[in-house]
Design a protein. Structure first.
Length: 59
């Protein structure tokens, strides 16, 4: 299981996003970002997804 803490991505937010694969976590992170942080799908740039992959933790 992989986890991604929203706070680690630079948001003041306690949300922890979990998934079985990096792609699943990224998809959930995109949904969370759009619903909770007003992000757009276009905000999920290669730079941001690369950063998110780098801060994911194996649980
Ligand atoms: Zn968040």
């Amino acid at each position: 299981m992989l986890s991604l803490t929203c706070r680690d991505a630079g948001f003041d937010c306690p949300e922890v996003i979990r998934g079985n694969t990096e792609e699943e976590v990224l998809q959930k992170a995109a949904t969370h970002g759009q619903e909770s942080h007003g992000m757009q799908q276009s905000d999920m740039t290669p730079e941001l997804t690369g950063k998110l992959r780098s801060i994911m933790r194996q649980e």
